[in-house]
Design a protein around this ligand. Structure first.
Ligand SMILES: CCCCCCCC/C=C\CCCCCCCC(=O)SCCNC(=O)CCNC(=O)[C@H](O)C(C)(C)COP(=O)(O)OP(=O)(O)OC[C@H]1O[C@@H](n2cnc3c(N)ncnc32)[C@H](O)[C@@H]1OP(=O)(O)O
Length: 219
């Protein structure tokens, strides 16, 4: 299938539609450090076999930290503006569950342009476990969904996932370097067809295709 629709020349700026947009470079280094620390804490908490007294003391310390932060809450829907290495602009929600830079749940996956679309190197730790020692299939689908959606957006056609098909070819191990790639394969009216794969050691472990339906924005 060929690309037969015109990508939008300028990506819509969510600020023009009432969204708060934070430039990625303005995320405070202290916030990035906190989010990294919480990611590490989640992994530690998920796997600890510490004694009950240590667990209670740790829970108290975490509660104190939470109390310090609770007051100032960023509104849901806040967006982040980032820049690809080729200078292109991208928007996404700042707390996106796969790639949000301030979401401790997100691995996070930082996609960048390559020749045909987007790619990222990433690792999924024990927080993303499904079968023993292996990545949960739902997380692999989420990574593909994000990469496929971003590939459409990077091609100037941001939209929502209408359909996502995933084939799991081989088990995907935890704690190893993985690669995701995605690209646009065609368009038809508002539909953008995208495909992508996750690889470990060069071998495809999961691959997917999706139909993204382009956003219809008010004039
Ligand atoms: C303000 C500016 C902001 C812009 C900033 C950019 C932000 C983005 C930037 C960065 C990348 C983001 C990356 C994100 C990655 C993650 C993506 C997600 O997780 S998305 C969440 C999960 N998906 C949903 O929640 C959708 C729920 N579904 C819907 O809302 C609707 O069903 C929708 C919009 C998909 C379509 O509804 P309709 O009413 O607008 O359009 P209709 O006419 O039904 O469909 C249009 C065409 O699509 C086909 N279609 C619709 N659903 C289909 C399906 N399930 N399978 C196949 N085709 C389908 C239809 O047959 C039609 O095709 P025909 O032109 O007639 O050929």
């Amino acid at each position: 299938m060929t690309v037969d629709a015109q990508p939008v020349a300028e990506k819509p700026d969510p600020a023009e539609y009432g969204f708060t947009v934070v430039p990625e470079e303005q995320i405070p280094a202290e916030l990035s450090a906190l989010v990294d620390r919480v990611r590490s804490l989640m992994d530690t908490a998920a796997h600890t076999e510490a004694a009950p007294e240590a667990l209670s003391a740790a829970a108290d310390a975490v509660a104190k930290a939470e109390e310090m932060l609770r007051g100032d809450r960023r509104p849901i829907g806040t967006m982040v503006r980032s820049t690809y290495s080729d200078g292109g602009t991208e928007y996404g929600t700042i707390t996106n569950g796969v790639s949000g830079p301030v979401n401790p749940l997100a691995p996070p996956i930082a996609l960048d342009k390559d020749g045909e679309g987007l790619r990222a190197d990433f690792t999924l730790n024990g927080l993303y476990e499904g079968p023993p020692g292996l990545v949960h299939g739902g997380w692999l689908a989420a990574v593909l969904d994000q990469a496929l959606g971003s590939a459409a957006s990077a091609a100037g056609m941001p939209g929502l996932t209408a359909n996502l098909d995933v084939d799991y070819r081989r088990p995907t191990p935890l704690n190893v370097p993985l690669e995701v790639r995605a690209r646009v394969t065609g368009t038809e009216r508002r539909k953008v067809f995208v495909s992508g794969e996750i690889r470990h050691g060069g071998e495809v472990t999961a691959e997917g295709t999706a139909i993204m339906v382009r956003l219809e924005l008010p004039e």
